[in-house]
Write a protein that binds this ligand. Structure first.
Ligand SMILES: [Zn+2]
Length: 76
């Protein structure tokens, strides 16, 4: 897979996604699998992964967590 911006090769790695909801709710999802461009730093996350991330964030919010780190897991 190639980077849509600079056409360099994307490498699989891990990234961190930050979700801010309102002024006082910040959730950080760690260890999210992503394809990362070594050239420009563009990160590409597939649909399946982003759906899982969304579920994790929603679960954390419904558990009453409004700030903190969540470790990514595909089993969410
Ligand atoms: Zn790139």
């Amino acid at each position: 897979m190639k980077c849509p911006f600079c056409k360099s090769e994307l490498k699989s790695g891990k990234t961190v996604l930050t979700f801010q909801m309102g002024s006082n709710r910040i959730l950080v999802v760690k260890d999210v699998p992503a394809l990362i461009c070594e050239q420009c730093g563009e990160e590409s996350i597939d649909i399946e992964t982003s759906k899982n991330v969304e579920k994790l964030v929603h679960k954390a919010l419904s558990d009453g967590i409004s700030m903190g780190f969540i470790e990514y897991t595909s089993a969410a």
